[in-house]
Design a protein around this ligand. Sequence first.
Ligand SMILES: [Fe+2]
Length: 222
Amino acid sequence: MDPRKVEELVSAIEGKDLSTAAHTWRVVLYTRAMAELAGVDDERMRMLTHGAALHDVGKLDIPRRILAKPGRLTPEEFEVIKQHPVTGLARMVRLNVEDPLILDLIRYHHERWDGLGYPYGYAAADIPLAAQYFSVIDTFDALTSLRPYRQQVGERAAAEAIIEIKSGAGARYAPDAVEMFTGLFETGRLDWILHYFNDDCRVPVYGDVEQVSRAYARRAGP
Ligand SMILES: [Fe+2]
C-alpha cells in the first residue's frame, strides 16, 4: 500500500477526532516491537505498521454523533460501532488494497479468543495471528491512555493493565500473544513509547515511522 495514502488516512482519522496521533504512534511502535521480536521480514513489518496505523479506519464511516456520544450507547448504536471493521475493509477494497496483514488487522482486531468478539465471532486459531496479537496491543493502549476519568497513566496504569491482560489469557486473548506482549513489557523496552507518546507530546509525521523506530530501538537498548 502506498505510504502516502496511509498517511492521508491517518490524518483523516485524527482530523475527525477518532483517535489521537499519539495513540496511532503507540500502537504502531508496540506492533513493530512485537514484530521484531517475532522476527518478521521487512515486507511483513511494513504491512503490520500500516495495518496498526489504519486499524480503526472504518470509524471514518461511522456517524460522529455515535462515536463522540458522551454517555452510554444504546444497543442499536453499539451495533453501528461494531461495524467499523467491516466498513474499514470496504474502504480498503475500494482503494484496491490487497496486503493481507493490513486487511487482517482492520478486519479482525475486535475478535476474541473465546469467540465473543465482533463482528464475526471467530475464535482461537480461526482469528488470523496478526489480529490475535494486535488485540492485546490495542487493549493495553486503551487501558493506559489518558481518559477524562483516568488521571493516572504511567507506571501504575501499565502495571494494572498487564495484570488485566494476563487474567484474560485464554479467554479474551490468545495465550501466546499475552505471553509475548507481557514478556516484552517486562523487559522495559516499551517504557519509552508509553512515556514519550502521551497525548501532549509532539508527534512526528507518519512518514518518518522507520526513522523513529530506529531511534526508539537505540534508546530501548538490546
Ligand atoms: Fe477498533
